[in-house]
Design a binder for this molecule. Structure first.
Ligand code: ADP
Ligand code: GLC
Length: 530
């Protein structure tokens, strides 16, 4: 059995702030269970729902030196949908109302988490072949593994993979503070290791020390080797390009299934999509206080409200987007600039714009099902899951051609009747607007073509099946590499042992010869005398 440990700062169904949680919670279920024992370790946040926390079983606890303090580290465990989860307990670090707070505190928190992930392994008697780390919060795991943990043979041979979900967040602070938090020596804070632009950088640690690096789409894997997308680390990523690959994300096809989704007023599948979506649209309009109007072109946005998501383009042409019979439904939280923007437009266009500035899993499903189109004009997008969810529910994505959006949405081609959505290339508000208008025109004037596109979108397979096989190949490669290294080490050791044995034998022969010569000498003398 190959043993894999996912280390993550968030994971569904326990806690989610973005797509990382979806990936960490769904991907482990899709490995071949006969061959891979995939477990997950994450913090036990106090803000995890009580109904989950009460199901966690105590495993052990111990104290560890961290940041000049003797820190409590508790370990709890739980099985969920066939996956074994470990939770690291520290009320000191994970007691807040939200998984992340201010960056300064988060850095200390995730230095602790990274160290704790390694420290618990001997205690829980689980030695993974591979630790699969996700994003900056786990960047120090490969570093610590290379450092003090090598003193214990338990950790020898453990390999690491680091997956970049978002290169923008790096976990950086000045070198002195980072030295204090990490407990790592000066040796690590040079520009070929954890130092970047004068700061200590946790993500960089992961990128330098992990055995392999992956990211969540092929295009993003190429883009991050360029300065525009590289967030200052493109040089390092170019240097490590032979260890870097892109594996596109999938989504949980059971959770996101319009045929069985309990959040929807009306379930539907590919054969009943047109009628089913019409019912969901009307109900959503009703629920959000919009005009109940089947002839309004309904555009959805479900997103973190940040610059990454291209919302400044939306802001620039929002009046034009909201023209005519368009309805815009927004669900998201984030920068107050964008929260206020959408709230303002909801007031400006009552009955046509709905701003839902909060987090709701249930409403997100109804938006994926009820809208006609889904807008995601990201500045950069490592993969993006929302467009995959929209495709699954037959809501056609309008995206910018970047990262995973480019890899997963095929632009409509009215000549040969192909495509699953709409896309534009340049980060330009008017280019976006013209493609939105083109989508609207297609919806109004070529309904047959639109409906065929819904069928094609829903027929796309973005389940985890294909991508999980790619991770398996990567795991196998690394495990085989380690086995080869161990075999080589054994052969070298055996060679050295044989060499030593030969040297000993040689010495013994010489000694015997010398003794023989010595005992032969007097006989010769006697013979001479005679
Ligand atoms: P990112 O991880 O960059 O935020 P993704 O598209 O990969 O973007 O994943 C976003 C995930 O978070 C999707 O599952 C989306 O439905 C969900 N999501 C984002 N904002 C909200 C919200 N306000 N309410 C419910 N779900 C949300
Ligand atoms: C990040 C990215 C998003 C990706 C998600 C899961 O949050 O912004 O594009 O889909 O991680 O990998």
């Amino acid at each position: 059995m190959k043993k894999i440990l996912f280390a993550t700062s968030e994971c569904v169904p326990f806690i989610k702030t973005g797509g990382l949680a979806d990936v960490a919670g769904s991907l482990p279920k899709y490995f071949n269970k006969e061959e891979y024992d995939v477990r997950v370790v994450m913090p036990k946040y106090l803000c995890i729902r009580e109904s989950f926390r009460s199901q966690m079983r105590y495993v052990t606890h111990f104290y560890t030196d961290f940041c000049w303090r003797n820190q409590y580290v508790g370990v709890l465990e739980m099985e969920y949908e066939g996956i074994h989860f470990y939770f690291i307990d520290s009320e000191f670090y994970f007691g807040g109302p939200w998984p992340y707070g201010n960056m300064f505190e988060d850095i200390e928190k995730f230095c602790f988490f990274s160290k704790a992930v390694l420290s618990i392994l001997p205690q829980i008697h689980f030695k993974p072949d591979i630790i699969h780390c996700h994003d900056w919060q786990t960047g120090l795991i490969p570093v610590y593994l290379n450092d003090s943990f090598q003193a214990d043979p338990f950790f020898w041979g453990i390999k690491t993979i680091f997956t970049i979900h978002n290169l923008k967040f790096q976990g950086t602070w000045n070198v002195e503070t980072m030295k204090n938090f990490t407990g790592l020596s000066d040796y690590y804070f040079t520009s070929d290791k954890l130092e970047a632009y004068g700061n200590g950088n946790m993500l960089k640690g992961g990128l330098v020390y992990a055995d392999r690096i992956t990211t969540v789409s092929k295009s993003y894997a190429e883009e991050i080797k360029m300065p525009f997308y590289g967030e200052g680390l493109d040089g390092l990523l170019r240097a490590r390009s032979s260890d870097l690959s892109g594996i596109v994300n999938g989504i949980d096809f059971e959770t996101y299934n319009p045929a069985t989704d309990e959040e929807l007023p009306q379930n539907y599948d590919i054969s009943t999509a047109i009628e089913g979506k019409a019912v969901n649209k009307a109900k959503l309009q009703e629920e959000l206080g919009l005009d109940v109007n089947p002839d309004a072109f309904m555009i959805g946005i479900v997103s973190r409200l940040t610059d990454q998501k291209g919302l400044d383009l939306v802001e620039c042409v929002l009046d034009q987007i909201c023209a005519d019979d368009v309805q815009l439904v927004v669900l998201g939280t984030g920068e107050s600039r964008y929260q206020d923007l959408f709230r303002y437009y909801a007031e400006k266009f009552p009955g046509r714009v709905s701003a839902n500035i909060f987090y709701s899993e249930a409403l997100s499903h109804r938006i994926y099902a009820g809208c006609d189109a889904f807008l995601m004009p990201s500045l950069f997008e490592p993969c993006g899951l929302s467009q995959l969810m929209s495709l699954r529910y037959g809501t056609l994505p309008i995206v910018r051609e970047t990262g995973g959006l480019r890899d997963t949405v095929v632009p409509y081609n009215e000549v040969d009747g192909t495509g699953t959505g709409f896309s534009f290339a340049n980060y330009n508000a008017h280019e976006m607007l013209s493609i939105i208008n083109y989508a609207k025109k297609t919806w109004r004037e070529s309904r047959y073509a639109w409906n065929s596109m819904i069928q094609r979108a829903m027929a796309q397979d973005f389940s985890w099946d294909a991508s999980a096989r790619k991770y398996e190949v990567l795991y196998n490669e690394l495990i085989a590499e380690e086995a080869l290294r161990e075999e080589l080490a054994r052969e070298i050791q055996e060679g050295e042992r044989l060499k030593k044995e030969q040297e000993e034998n040689e010495k013994r022969i010489q000694a015997l010869k010398a003794r023989k010569n010595k005992s032969a000498a007097p006989v010769q003398e006697e013979e001479e005398e005679a």
